[in-house]
Design a protein around this ligand. Sequence first.
Ligand SMILES: [Mn+2]
Length: 384
Amino acid sequence: MGFFDNHGLSFRQKKALESERTTDLLGIEKAQEEAKIPEVEGEKEIERSLRYGLEAAPSIGDRTISTFTREPRPAFAGIPTFLRSPFLEDVRRVGEYDVAFIGVPFDIGTTYRAGARFGPEAIRRISKLYTSYSYEYQVDLKESLKMCDVGDVFTIANIEKSFDQIYKAVSHVFAQGTLPVMLGGDHAIGYPCLRAIADNVDGKVGIIHMDRHLDLQEKDMDERMHTTPWFHATNIPNAPPENLVQVGIGGWQVPREAVKNVRKFNTTVITMGDIEKHGIDRIADIALEKAWKGAKAVYLSVDIDSFDSGFVPGTGWPEPGGFLPREGIQFVSRVASEGICGMELVEVSPPYDVSDQTALLGTRVISDVLAAMVKAGKLGKKFT
Ligand SMILES: [Mn+2]
């Protein structure tokens, strides 16, 4: 026996222990799962790219590269649509898709820092960083969903007329059985978006609203601004306030007028303290239970300012102490896995953003919602 025999494990013992350890690592498990995901659409994309964009110059060894780029490579090239989805010029055909991304460049409902009209543009641009595949979910969105980007709603410098435009756009998409995903835009758009959906659902619609703010006033400075959507949305007969769950509320920017309406309407408010106390999973259960109570569908409204202001400088009313990115992402994915009828991601204000971080987090939230829905079998029925 050498002096070192008592100094720890032998090589063989170590090996045995290692294999035990690695088996319960998600990271290893996921790499195995990847083998099961098809790459059919990816291959079709390359084929199309070579046909439309021409084969590359002879000196290029990789013959999947084209002359004009017509696929996601290089990430810095190309005209941005959300997640590189095909731009659908003819919106009459939107019913052929599972999901439609709708830009809503609107910020005249903003009461402090403007700029959310550039939100859709910034979100689309930074979404070029993303592939359609997620390691954690083991979902390749383009292999399981028919997605399109329908471009932007034609909004104008009048809040009520813009509401009518947004209402018509979202109604059109939703009525075709396509999941509308709105890239905001300030939070005023929540009202016309919800109204469009509620008018097309035969039953009650619940709302899960992530925000630091209640957005529950009737009017702000005599107009229906971004501080007012849920007052008006929950005034729609089949979107009652009892089915409105507001998550992440808190801080010093909540007007007392809105709080009075929480009492009056009996909405469910969940603070960051509640989340701290009960944890994300339990809070998601509570939110789902309240929103789904007697409802036929649930709408998800994510204000990017629900995240801690340190992570989202590019927003209209930043407020410290909100969700950490991992928490917020976990929450939306729990909500999405029960199925949602539509979503909006609002209040990304690129003029105040730093290194596109706010737009990037917005992109992440939407991508994870879609992946969670696919994983739960709630989306992708039009994909063949
Ligand atoms: Mn807010």
